[in-house]
Structure formats: structure tokens, C-alpha cells
Design a protein around this ligand. Structure first.
Ligand code: BTN
Length: 267
């Protein structure tokens, strides 16, 4: 049986004023667009970015009706979860680090708010107890080697009642499910915006976050199946490169560099 400790309405309400009040960032979240219901925060963020929204603009929805994930998949996004997108304007050199930045920022924020110890799964899933608790989607517009904008989309299963979604029960979890009590979305979002900006300033100053990302990847050293497009490969996830690619050791001993895909741990 699942017991949920109720928290006050204010603690779990997501008004822009509550999210931004005294927020300790220079620009991330200082302009925040909130909608109770949206198709996808990625759509609104893209429209905002195309209209020259200031860097750091954040779009938050209480729930999404057409949330989307990587590889053209749908993303479940009912009220109680976190769905947000952040507009950034990184240099082209920083672009590959956005996936590392986002997953590390999520992991740090979850740990700070809940004391759970999240792990990362290549390329950019965040896991708790071996199951997915957060998905990250990065979209960018690059013209003539210049990044017009990049959008980091983050979906976190916060107060998701898993028993209502049996289709994801074997692969996904939520923070409330792990802790047997509700978790403050407000607190998590505020931590997240601070962490995103901190990591973004780090990479923009030319410092690497690659080692911290690599060292937290639960994938490395494991036997994995990688699906990229129609191709499926098996092997040992030996390492990752500084641009975020996976190095897969095939059974015949050769190595493959995989830019994007979906990993299933075999062990
Ligand atoms: C994945 O793991 O497939 C990525 C999921 C990304 C979901 C987030 S929720 C906020 C933003 N809006 C969307 O429609 N998708 C991203």
C-alpha cells in the first residue's frame, strides 16, 4: 500500500511568482512563462526563441497534453510532474555538453531536495533505484556554425502515481513512489534552475563537466543493447567521448562510436 503525505497547496503550486521569488540566478528563470496546460513546453520555448526571447527564459507547464520525448516518442506529463524547457544560446563548442549539463543539474537537484542518490544512464536519462525518473530532450537551431538557440527540455516524474500508469511500471519510477510521500515541485524547480545556470556558466567559461558526467554513468562497464534508428547492437559500454558519444565494444572486439540511441542494460 502506498501512503502519501499531503503537502500544502502552496508548496506544490507552480505560480511563476513562487518559482522566481528570490531565485538566486543571474538569468536562468528570471523570465519565466507558466501555463497550467500546454501541448509541449518545447513548442512554446521554440516560438519564444524564434522571437529573440532573452537567454535563460524558462517555460513551465503544470501538465502537457502532447509532451514529447527523444526518438519521436510521447512523454507522459500529467499534473504533479515537472515539465519545463530552458532557452540557452551556447557557443557551438558547448553544444555537446548540454546533455551532460542537464542530467547533472537534475541529479544534483533531486539529491539536494530528496537525499535520493540518482544515477545517469547514457545518453541523458536520470534513474532512481535503476528506473527512469527523468527524461531530457535537447533541440537546437544552428546556422552557419552558429547556435541561434538551444532548448533543454526536462521532464521529471515527481508526484506521479505509478499505479495509474501500469504501462511504464517496469521501466519508470517517480520521486513520490520512492519516498512514499509527496515531493515539492517548487523546491525542485528552484534548485534545478540554479544548477542549470551553474553548470552552464562552468562550460561557457571553458571548463569541462565531462568527467563528472562520465563517472556517474551507470552504463559504463555493462553489457548493453543499443538501438539507434533501425540498428540494434550489443556489446560492452566501454566509455564515452568528450562529445557525449558512447564507445561500444562489440563481441568481435571492434569498437563502435554511437552518437545517439537508446540503451538497455543487459545485466
Ligand atoms: C525522453 O526521455 O525521451 C525525453 C523526455 C523529455 C520530456 C520533457 S517534458 C518538458 C519538455 N517538453 C516536452 O514535450 N518534452 C520535454
Amino acid at each position: 500500500m502506498l501512503y502519501l503525505v499531503r503537502m500544502s497547496k502552496t508548496e506544490n503550486s507552480l505560480s511563476p511568482a513562487l518559482i522566481t521569488k528570490g531565485l538566486k540566478t543571474r538569468f536562468v528563470g528570471q523570465r519565466l512563462i507558466y501555463h497550467p496546460t500546454l501541448t509541449s513546453t518545447m513548442e512554446v520555448a521554440r516560438q519564444e526563441a524564434q522571437q529573440q526571447a532573452p537567454e535563460g527564459t524558462v517555460v513551465v507547464a503544470d501538465q502537457q497534453t502532447a509532451g514529447r520525448g527523444r526518438l519521436q516518442r510521447a512523454w507522459l506529463s500529467p499534473s504533479g510532474n515537472i515539465a519545463l524547457s530552458v532557452i540557452l544560446c551556447p557557443s557551438i563548442a558547448c553544444l555537446p555538453s548540454l546533455t551532460m549539463l542537464a542530467s547533472l543539474a537534475v541529479a544534483h537537484s533531486i539529491e539536494a531536495v530528496t537525499a535520493l542518490k540518482p544515477q545517469l544512464k547514457w545518453p541523458n536519462d536520470v534513474l532512481v533505484s535503476g528506473k527512469k525518473v527523468c527524461g531530457i530532450l535537447i533541440e537546437s537551431n544552428v546556422r552557419a556554425d552558429k547556435v541561434d538557440y538551444a532548448i533543454i527540455g526536462i521532464g521529471i516524474n515527481v508526484n506521479l502515481r505509478l499505479e495509474d500508469y501500469p504501462e511504464i511500471l517496469s521501466t519508470a519510477t517517480s520521486l513520490s513512489h520512492e519516498l512514499k510521500k509527496e515531493v515539492s515541485r517548487l523546491s525542485l524547480i528552484r534548485h534545478l534552475l540554479v544548477e542549470i545556470e551553474r553548470f552552464y556558466l562552468t562550460i561557457s567559461a571553458g571548463h569541462s563537466i565531462y568527467e563528472e558526467w562520465r563517472d556517474n554513468l551507470v552504463t559504463l562497464g555493462k553489457k548493453v543493447r543499443v538501438k539507434s534508428g533501425d540498428a540494434v547492437q550489443e556489446g560492452i559500454a566501454e566509455s564515452v567521448t568528450t562529445d557525449g558519444s558512447l564507445l561500444l565494444r562489440r563481441p568481435d572486439g571492434t569498437m563502435d562510436k554511437i552518437l545517439a540511441g537508446d540503451v538497455t542494460l543487459q545485466d
